[in-house]
Design a protein around this ligand. Structure first.
Ligand SMILES: [Zn+2]
Ligand SMILES: [Zn+2]
Length: 223
């Protein structure tokens, strides 16, 4: 084989590896910001209470195939997938992990608060650690489908135990003061930071990993 052919096959191998990597399940499980060609996932497809899915696997009352009159609302907020002609928040082709089921209700005494509503800076996370409890700082974004799975899990944790406090922080985009301070090195969302009962940092978990989250909560409780 002459050197130029060798070179070509090396380049092809690298391209193939990159392609394989970008289409691996892991790459879709972690949520990078939606590419510019896509819309944003708004809350318009989320419904409260019992959710009945239609044959498009979308809550019936917000499905645009059943309710074409809703299309304008979705387009107005940029929640639209031009490629598949459905709301981004209803596009199962682009988002394999869309989840419309209602979150478990929080107990009245759940220690739960929204610390950053719209990406505003929280200069000192440690100042918000709850003494005597495991504090879970949950960095999320509305466009992040796995973040909603973290929500679901944490709601379950709060139902079961009183020694856990959850503080949610809405990054909105990678450009907000909050994201710039805490998520500059994060490669994917969600990001969850856990402090133990005595206020010691236990772990920061980047990407969707419920087992690591449970382990960090257990470690924090044992401190
Ligand atoms: Zn439908
Ligand atoms: Zn799509």
């Amino acid at each position: 084989m002459n050197p130029s052919i060798l070179m070509k096959s090396a380049v092809l191998a690298i391209c193939a590896a990159l392609l394989a990597c970008s289409s691996s399940p892991q790459a879709t499980a972690t949520a990078a910001p939606a590419p510019a060609a896509h819309g944003k996932i708004s809350k318009l497809s989320q419904v409260e209470g019992d959710v009945a899915l239609c044959d498009h696997k979308v809550p019936e009352q917000v499905c645009v195939k059943h309710h074409p009159e809703l299309v304008a609302n979705f387009k107005k907020v940029g929640d639209w997938c031009p490629e598949h002609d459905v709301p981004e928040s209803q596009c199962h082709l682009c988002h394999a992990d869309l989840d419309f089921s209602a979150l478990p209700t929080l107990p009245a005494d759940a220690d739960f608060a929204l610390l950053s509503k719209a990406g505003e800076d929280v200069p000192d996370l440690a100042a918000h650690v709850v003494p005597g409890k495991v504090t879970v700082f949950d960095f999320y974004a509305d466009w992040c489908a796995p973040c909603r799975k973290i929500d679901r899990h944490l709601h379950g944790v709060l139902q079961e135990r009183k020694d856990v406090a959850v503080r949610k922080l809405n990054m909105v985009t990678w450009e907000t003061p909050l994201a710039k301070r805490y998520l500059a090195n994060a490669t994917s969302m969600p990001v969850v930071t856990v402090y133990g009962r005595r206020g010691k940092l236990v772990a920061t978990i980047v990407g969707f990993d419920l087992a690591a989250l449970d382990k960090a909560i257990a470690t924090g409780a044992a401190q």
